[in-house]
Design a protein around this ligand. Structure first.
Ligand SMILES: NC(=O)c1ccc[n+]([C@@H]2O[C@H](COP(=O)([O-])OP(=O)(O)OC[C@H]3O[C@@H](n4cnc5c(N)ncnc54)[C@H](O)[C@@H]3O)[C@@H](O)[C@H]2O)c1
Length: 349
């Protein structure tokens, strides 16, 4: 078997942290080619191009400062050049850019290429929900798996132990992905319930915004536990309604489910910005610019996409927590409405 070439599409906070792992793992295995291309959205930082900084100093000073990237990770600003020889594509960009990226890639990939998406988010299609993996699959005609979990990028980059979940229907690909991603401090479990894995990754960011509202209103850990429980119930109900295949409740017990929900409701940028939103009254867009240094928020936009889908299906009343997050972020609904939403939420579905 010829050695497989891996390319990474994206170089943000998570993209750079995962590049550290992939770069090391491919070097240690003869299954893979030793050089990993990483497509970088070019920016100029203090007069130098980000790709030059990464290739010369081996550090993504904007999105993952303080961490050296392996020397075999090569930053390339041209998307087609970065991916044209790849056998395996790792998609790790904010979800709002996926349509444009796929349009640019279409027609330029090697035959037989397959991919894995680390992107947390959903889109809406004419029939309701559209997963990011669906968009990639449809636009590029490739097999696509997903990786989601309780994986705050800076902690993964610091090599602090955590778990992650890969959703993959092809056992051969599942094994290869495990070799690409697993380390002693980043434990991978592979399941075949791909849609549930992916939907968990998108929906937990909405719940995290609610958790941030509670922090901003000075509520305590008991309230946050209620947000997590009620949010998890809505995640399960939403997955059961909208996932194409059967939904296994066990998947919610994997890292992509309850573990990711907990970590995002305590750490992470969605919670942090939502807390500031409650405290300052500034808009989400303003706070994203002020607080995130170019990183993108996922939760508010995911709530808007989910709201559109729920409205289309006449299901707004069944998901009060998701809907409250949307209305507070985008419809000037007062933030205290989030607490009323918790008080009036059905205890069980
Ligand atoms: N950061 C985390 O802790 C974490 C953990 C797990 C999953 N994720 C998910 O990974 C995905 C990528 O997140 P991230 O943290 O790597 O990104 P990020 O939010 O840190 O960075 C933004 C990225 O978008 C790029 N960008 C900016 N404008 C662009 C444009 N017009 N077109 C294309 N790219 C553009 C930037 O160059 C940068 O690489 C998201 O779906 C996120 O939810 C993040």
């Amino acid at each position: 078997m010829p050695a497989l070439r891996v390319s990474i599409i994206g170089s943000g906070n998570w993209g750079s942290a995962i590049a550290k792992i992939i770069g090391c793992n491919v070097q240690g295995s003869n299954r893979f080619q030793p050089v990993v291309n990483m497509w970088v959205f070019e920016e100029v930082i203090e007069g130098r191009k980000l790709t030059e900084i990464i290739n010369q100093d081996h550090e993504n000073v904007k999105y993952l400062p303080g961490h050296k990237l392996p020397r075999n990770v090569v930053a390339i600003p041209d998307l087609v050049k970065a991916t044209e020889d790849a056998d395996i594509l790792v998609f790790v960009i904010p979800h709002q850019f996926i349509h444009r990226i796929c349009d640019q890639l279409a027609g330029h990939l090697k035959s037989g290429v397959y991919g894995i998406s680390l992107i947390k988010g959903v889109d809406e299609g004419p029939d309701g929900l559209k997963l990011i993996s669906d968009i990639i699959r449809e636009k590029l005609g490739i097999e696509i798996s997903v990786l989601m979990g309780a994986n705050i990028a800076s902690e993964v980059a610091d090599e602090k132990f955590c778990e992650t979940t890969i959703g993959c229907k092809n056992p051969r690909h599942g094994q290869i992905f495990k070799e690409i991603f697993q380390t002693p401090n980043f434990r991978v479990t592979v399941v075949d319930d791909c849609d549930t894995v992916e939907i968990c990754g998108a929906l937990k960011n909405i719940v995290a915004v609610g958790a941030g509202f509670c922090d901003g209103l000075d509520f305590g850990d008991n309230t946050k536990a209620a947000v997590i429980r009620l949010g998890l119930m809505e995640m399960v109900a939403f997955a059961k309604l909208f996932c194409k295949g059967s939904v296994s409740t066990n998947t919610f017990l994997e890292s992509c489910g309850v573990a990711d929900l907990i970590t995002t409701c305590y750490g992470g940028r969605n919670r942090k910005v939502a807390e500031a939103f409650a405290k300052t009254g500034k808009s989400i867009e303003e706070l994203e610019k002020e607080m995130l240094n170019g990183q993108k928020l996922q939760g508010p936009q995911a709530s808007a996409e989910v709201y559109k889908i729920l409205k289309q299906k006449d299901l707004v009343d069944k998901f009060p927590l998701f809907v409250a997050v949307y209305r507070i972020c985008y419809e000037r609904c007062p933030i205290q409405a989030f607490i009323s939403c918790l008080q009036n939420h059905p205890e069980h579905y």
